[in-house]
Design a protein around this ligand. Structure first.
Ligand SMILES: Nc1nc(=O)c2c([nH]1)NC[C@@H]1CN(c3ccc(C(=O)N[C@@H](CCC(=O)O)C(=O)O)cc3)C=[N+]21
Length: 306
């Protein structure tokens, strides 16, 4: 989709491109050292937003020189069967990263699956033992969408220290991690959710407003402070006026763009960076495995040592 040439749009493409170029270099070096990256995506059931994400993961992994494989499971699978599949991947020395796509069907606990992934292969930092790292200000591997949203805010050049930030949505994978990442950067953070009395009253105070709830056009112009940065993390499938399906975010972009100083388009905003960060995280996880391997076996060449 082409967007009007307007400096208010915070575009994810160039940022993603920068990250992927760096990942490609890292992947090349890792392969030369006998430690090739291999990312496995686990999908359970069918979700539109997951399909978009996985399609882009495959395309960008190929660009970056990362081996990528999708494992799709039917919505009727049991938790035990999934955990067994994950244990198999943990034990496979060629698999260096595992991502579990959300959501999973209601009869399966995503936390249990997340906990089944070996923490060293956890490329989203969602293992209960890993998610605590961002509380301790260790920020090199954070949940991808959260990290991507913060990366896009940095593009504004705003000083994050003391910045008034409001986050709408408190999910484990987006809202909460954004809050921790930005607290680490010195921002003053307010988190709104479905029990918040007046989202509008909070949102109007924000210098930077993050929205991740999955409700098209939830945020209107009168909920945004003039000059704010608005980061739209929503990915909603909608039938457009022409009868075809399209993706829209959680922000009423057409009206909000006249009030905000910066706004992220959907598509073309946070999404592309999310994919790039996933690949970067894959290399961070790999380098941790590599370091451990070296200290255990005294050689960096995993394939030769096998
Ligand atoms: N464990 C887990 N982690 C996630 O981060 C996660 C997830 N599960 N489940 C699904 C949602 C959704 N999501 C997207 C990421 C990128 C695009 C993306 O690449 N969007 C592009 C392309 C759009 C297109 O190709 O049409 C864009 O917005 O421009 C979309 C959706 C990550 N999610």
């Amino acid at each position: 989709m082409s967007l009007p040439d307007d400096s208010r749009y915070l575009r994810g493409g160039p940022v993603a491109q920068r990250i992927i170029v760096a990942v490609r270099e890292d992947a090349k070096i890792a392969k030369a050292e006998g430690f090739p990256p291999k990312l496995i995506s686990i999908t359970v059931g069918d979700t539109d937003a997951v399909d978009v994400y996985v399609r882009n993961q495959r395309a960008k992994a190929q660009l970056a020189g990362i081996d990528f494989e999708e494992r799709r499971f039917p919505a009727t699978i049991t938790s035990g069967e999934l955990e067994a599949a994950i244990h198999g991947l943990n034990a496979d020395p060629r698999v260096t990263g595992i991502i579990i796509q959300r959501p999973v069907p209601a009869h399966i606990s995503v936390k249990t699956l997340q906990a089944a992934v070996h923490p060293l292969k956890d490329v989203e930092g969602m293992h209960p033992a890993s998610i605590g790292n961002i509380v301790y200000n260790q920020l090199d591997l954070a949940p991808c969408t959260a990290a991507a949203s913060v990366e896009l805010l940095r593009e504004t050049g705003l000083d994050l220290k003391g910045l008034e930030v409001v986050i709408v949505g408190h999910s484990e994978i987006v809202g909460k991690p954004i809050a921790f990442l930005l607290m680490s950067e010195g921002a003053t953070v307010t988190v709104c959710h479905h029990m918040t009395r007046s989202v509008a009253a909070h949102a109007r105070r924000a210098d930077a407003l993050f929205v991740a709830v999955g409700k098209p056009r939830l945020i209107k112009a009168d909920m945004v402070k003039p000059g704010a940065a608005v980061i739209d993390i929503g990915i909603n499938s909608e039938i457009g006026p022409d009868g075809t399906s399209r993706i829209v975010g959680d922000v009423d972009t057409d009206s909000v763009k006249d009030v905000a100083s910066w706004i992220t388009p959907v598509p073309g905003g946070v999404g592309p960076i999310t994919v790039a960060i996933l690949l970067r995280n894959t290399m961070v996880a790999l380098s941790r495995q590599h370091a451990l391997y070296e200290s255990t076996y005294g050689t960096a060449d995993r394939l030769a040592a096998e």
